[in-house]
Design a protein around this ligand. Structure first.
Ligand code: GTP
Ligand code: SPV
Ligand code: MN
Length: 598
């Protein structure tokens, strides 16, 4: 017996979108392989060399459809204030009318797939069931790797409620018209990623890529979940979850919020260069945080797979990712070798003399454009990750000992500094900045923008209420039980524009300092921005970084920070009335500490 609301919704959408056929997805391997076969036969996918990459496939997107489209992402609420200065607001009735006209007949010539999925562990009371209706078989196979999908989701749903997620690539076929490899609506103005938090629904149209189309991820588990979490007293965050064990076997869990393409996947899978230390992976992109029965902050990964950045991933930088993607992986927009294997910039081996680039064109070393798109991605089940923590599905989550935040800051921000209090930690999150990366379509790539808690593109409501919600979390916990916040910056550069810090496995040195600080074991020195490691507090054994570089990495420069404080002030002003006064007070306290230190 199927869910009544679901049956009615599927019927309504079938009538609206007029597909040739409707297919209910069961999530079986047979179904997955059949869909992949169909795409290979139609030329929408390339089966990679099965000796070199068993179970792996390559997809190439349309050049207009390569990343999230923030300008075309909408939060539709009755009251404009509710969406805030951080979102593109639309009136829900108007937007639905506009989009309904696009959806009318949009699946002609295609199959409409009904994809039930669960975000979070199966049968956990905190998990959320969604159903995505999509006309993209690429979305179906990706959802099978990224979520708990199919029969198991219908079982959990029963007669209960779910979040309807409607998706179409927006490319109906006329009778007899031949399909293209990557159907989508090529005009940016024809793409819509729409959220209706008041009736808990998602409508996406015109894009088939990543967060625009895999609606369980950014749309449900971040934008809709963040709005729900605010009402229910928990948090949905753009964070990795990792476990870290020291040489004597003590274990802690950290979460880390870094903006898109700023190092979450890498940190979550880190292989420490410090002997005896171990990092385990629980999630690389999204964490749902709430108070546990024990009064501690607990984190759950709602996803079941990785949709990770390929360029820069190598056996040197991220061996656990490389092992994960050795089989049963879907690649999008990477380059293809003549042997039928994958290649991308930063894979750790020189390019062969000939490649097929991400657009399907011949490519040779020295070409003007990269062989892989900078936002090329791999999709793989989390269970393929060698560093996966056995407790990754614990329904109550793992207790969080430290919250890391960070971004790409070429100057000003030290390698690491520690919050003075919860309120100061929220201030640190609110002033986060990072260079814009290729993870979203933008003509401002490389420019630094403020990105509070790496959630700027993902908060489903007003950012000022979001920061208020962070502050208010303190009242839900016993005094002193919430973790400290640590700002990290792996991306500080020298005058020649080279990274000062080796990063990757050596980030374990910073993790070790944090691990000791949360146990009140590690040393530090106070600065106007927060505590940083004093000389000798960071384990630099075996590291080849000059003392001058280390001094720059840990320096808090008064002039730079006074400029930073002025820039924070104008950022706060740009948000308009209603930013929590506690944050203004933190800014003033920072300014006062900076002028005392002068
Ligand atoms: P999303 O999936 O977009 O949310 O991104 P993410 O935060 O998981 O980013 P990811 O870990 O995939 O990193 C993206 C890029 O940052 C890759 O090109 C990495 O090589 C680079 N990167 C990650 N960690 C480091 C580091 O410690 N130092 C330097 N220099 N680069 C890094
Ligand atoms: C991000 O951009 O933060 C991602 C990739 O994790 S996507 O799913 O496309 O949003
Ligand atoms: Mn992300």
């Amino acid at each position: 017996m199927r869910n009544r609301k679901l049956n009615a919704w599927v019927e309504e959408i079938r009538e609206l979108c007029q597909p040739d056929a409707v297919a209910w997805c069961d999530g079986s391997e047979e179904e997955y392989l059949r869909l992949l076969d169909g795409m290979v036969r139609k030329g929408a996918a390339v089966r990679l060399n099965q000796q070199l990459r068993p179970g792996c496939y390559l997809f190439r997107s349309h050049p207009s459809d390569v990343a999230r489209v923030e300008d075309r992402t909408f939060v539709a609420t009755r009251d404009r204030e509710e969406a805030g200065p951080n979102n593109n607001w639309r009136d829900p009735d108007e937007l639905k009318e506009e989009m309904r006209a696009l959806y009318r007949g949009c699946m002609r010539g295609r199959t409409m797939y009904v994809v039930p999925f669960v975000m979070g562990p199966l049968h956990s009371p905190f998990s959320i069931v969604g159903v995505e209706i999509t006309d993209s078989p690429y979305v179906v196979v990706n959802m099978r790797l990224m979520t708990r999908m199919g029969e198991q989701a219908l079982d959990m749903l029963g007669e209960g409620d779910f979040i309807p997620c409607l998706h179409s690539v927006g490319a109906p076929l006329q009778p007899g018209q031949e399909d293209v490899a990557w159907p989508c609506a090529p005009e940016l103005s024809q793409k819509y990623i729409a959220h209706f938090p008041e009736d808990m629904s998602i409508w996406s149209y015109g894009s088939g890529y990543g967060g625009n189309a895999l609606l369980g991820k950014k749309c449900l588990a971040l934008r809709i979940a963040s709005a729900k979490a605010r009402n229910e007293g928990w948090m949905a965050e753009h964070m990795l979850i990792m476990g870290i064990t020291d040489p004597v076997g003590r274990k802690s869990y950290f979460t880390a919020a870094f903006p898109s393409a700023c190092g979450k996947t890498n940190l979550a899978m880190l292989v420490p260069t410090l002997p005896g230390w171990k990092v385990e992976t629980l999630g690389d992109d999204i964490a749902w945080l709430r108070r546990g029965e024990d009064g501690r902050l607990r984190a759950v990964n709602p996803e079941a797979g990785f949709f990770g950045v390929a360029p820069g991933t190598s056996f040197q930088t991220n061996p656990n990712a490389m092992h994960s993607i050795s089989q049963d992986t879907l690649f999008t927009n990477v380059a293809l070798t003549d042997e039928g294997d994958v290649w991308w910039e930063g894979i750790g081996t020189p390019p062969p003399p000939h490649l097929t680039d991400w657009q399907g064109k011949d490519w040779a070393p020295g070409a003007a454009t990269p062989a892989a798109h900078p936002n090329a991605r791999f999709t793989v089940s989390i269970t393929r990750c060698p560093s996966l923590a056995p407790e990754w599905e614990a329904p109550e989550g793992v207790p969080v000992s430290a919250i890391l935040i960070g971004g790409r800051r070429p100057g000003t921000v030290p390698l690491v500094y520690e919050s003075r209090s919860w309120r100061h930690g929220v201030f640190m999150g609110s002033i986060m900045g990072s260079e814009i990366t290729a993870a979203a379509i933008s003509n401002a790539i490389g420019q630094v923008r403020r990105d509070p808690f790496a959630m700027l593109p993902f908060i489903g409501y007003n950012i000022k209420d979001y920061l208020r919600h962070w502050l208010d979390m303190e009242s839900r916990f016993p005094a002193g039980r919430l973790p400290k916040v640590y700002s990290v910056n792996w991306f500080r550069k020298d005058a020649q524009g080279r990274f000062l810090w080796p990063g990757f496995g050596d980030n374990a040195r910073v993790l070790k300092w944090i691990f000791e600080r949360v146990r009140v074991e590690g040393g530090a020195k106070d600065t106007p921005v927060g505590a940083v490691p004093a000389p000798g507090d960071l384990d630099l054994g075996g590291l080849d970084v000059s003392q001058a570089a280390m001094e720059t990495l840990l320096s808090v420069d008064g002039d730079e920070w006074r400029k930073e404080a002025a820039s924070i002030r104008s950022y706060y002003q740009s948000l308009g009335d209603g930013l929590p006064k506690e944050l203004w007070a933190e800014l003033e306290a920072l300014e006062a500490r900076l002028s005392q230190a002068e």
